[in-house]
Design a protein around this ligand. Structure first.
Ligand SMILES: C[S@@+](CC[C@H](N)C(=O)[O-])C[C@H]1O[C@@H](n2cnc3c(N)ncnc32)[C@H](O)[C@@H]1O
Length: 415
């Protein structure tokens, strides 16, 4: 029982039954109840300001608002940032929101405008009547030109019904499988009405907002205490070096909104802003291993990082010659070392860091993520650390099976 509860603390699953958190299923998220309990406990000891430099769908900020704690969140993925911003939108009257949604549905139903040719991915994912309704909703939303909090909520409501309305495999936040048929797809107008009703119900109980959300890159050394203030606690989950492509994970939604046209656009629109944690990223950037290993911030782990990444480079040649895991892993630690240096500048002397993190094993080569992050943290001036395991994990490396036992847990680092 206790073990099962702990295992869920690193995962988003329980968030789907919590007000506001349930508005968008972000499988990269961690447990909101755990975050809120931690923040309440810390706030009970004295004033606390919390920073989440990888805020994702906004779990930490919503939990901080609920706990009455001041917080700042950074997110570099423009689409994910917009999701979090909508979840944090306040000052909207629930009844007015329902009425706006009804008016939008009505305008969409009555629209006779000719649809433009949808992008190929979108055409593949929806049955023709569903697609027609979604396109009408999209155009009606854009025509309303509402950049305020109500517009943000309507945008999120439409965005969040896309996957449930698709008649092909679109597992939440996984890659779209246009050739796999799905048994049940929702009707868009009903789905939107239900979503907005849920948003309106939750808004009634929303706590006052004390959080601040920024579209920003956590690696940025320009992020300093002058603009953000100093923090007592960093509560976050960075990307893991496990080849999860946060850009591809949002391809369906971004294509629907015409923010990207094809897969190749994802790099410029999203991936280049993010921590380099997937091989698509390091391949597109044509990174050189030796140059990465020369980077000053990774000095404390250089020898071990060089051994692991050179092994990956050799396996790449031996196996399939495609996946650039060697430069991905090296770039990942260069990036995280930069983030840790930025965090040192942003935190008080006696601050505490809690990183929810997992290790990885590309091509079956173990990457001891928490041990290396702890060493990098020490080198930029943080203190003692301990790792609290939450669960064992087997990543699903697509092309190759490996038997390396993996885990996920919390890396606690003292200021
Ligand atoms: C593991 S997820 C965090 C999920 C979050 N805890 C939640 O509950 O929704 C990591 C997030 O870091 C974001 N990210 C990646 N690189 C970043 C960067 N350089 N700066 C800020 N955010 C970044 C990703 O877009 C992703 O949303």
């Amino acid at each position: 029982m206790v073990a099962a509860k702990r295992a869920r603390e690193g995962s988003f699953v329980d968030n789907m039954s919590l007000p506001m958190h349930r508005w968008f299923r972000y499988s990269a998220g961690f447990s909101a109840s755990w975050a809120e309990a931690l923040l309440r406990e810390r706030a009970g000891r004295g004033p606390v300001r919390v920073l989440d430099p990888f805020v994702g769908s906004g779990t930490t900020l919503l939990a901080a608002d609920a706990a009455g704690v001041e917080s700042v969140g950074l997110e570099a993925h423009p689409f994910v940032h917009r999701v979090a911003a909508a979840k944090l939108a306040r000052g909207v009257d629930p009844d007015a929101l329902r009425e706006t949604a009804e008016a939008l549905i009505d305008r969409a139903r009555r629209s006779r405008a000719r649809a433009d040719e949808p992008p190929a991915l979108i055409a593949k994912c929806f049955a023709p009547p569903t697609l027609a309704a979604l396109e009408r909703l999209r155009r009606a939303y854009l025509a309303a030109r509402d950049d305020g909090p109500e517009g943000a909520l309507i945008w999120l409501a439409i965005t969040s019904i896309l996957r449930p309305c698709a008649n092909v495999g679109t597992a939440q936040w996984q890659y779209v499988l246009p050739n796999r048929a799905k048994a049940r797809a929702l009707e868009p107008y009903d789905a939107l009405r239900d979503r907005v009703a849920m948003f309106a119900d939750d808004l009634g109980a929303a706590p006052p907002r004390r959080s601040r959300l920024e579209l920003a890159d956590a690696r940025e050394p320009g992020l300093h205490a002058g603009s953000l203030g100093r923090f007592d606690l960093v509560l976050t989950s960075p990307p893991y070096p496990n080849n999860y492509d946060y850009a591809d994970a949002t391809r369906l939604e971004m294509t629907f909104w015409r923010e990207v046209e094809r897969w190749a656009d994802l790099h410029g629109a999203v991936r280049r802003h993010l921590i380099r944690s997937c091989s698509q990223h390091s391949a597109a950037d044509k990174l050189g291993l030796e140059e990465l290993l020369d980077a000053a911030p990774i000095a404390p782990i250089r020898d071990e990082l060089a051994r692991v990444t050179r092994e990956l480079e050799a396996l790449r040649v031996e196996r399939d010659g495609r996946k650039t895991y060697h430069t991905m892993v090296a770039a990942y630690f260069v990036d995280l070392a930069r983030v840790l240096a930025t965090l040192r500048a942003l935190t008080r002397e006696d601050a505490e860091l809690c990183l929810v993190i997992g290790d990885s094993a590309p091509y079956g080569v173990h990457v001891p993520v928490e041990a290396w992050l702890a060493r990098l943290a020490t080198s930029v001036g943080f203190g003692a650390h301990r790792f609290e395991k939450l669960r064992d994990r087997n990543t699903r490396w697509k092309n190759r099976k490996h038997r390396v036992p993996l885990h996920e847990g919390r890396l606690w680092i003292a200021g």
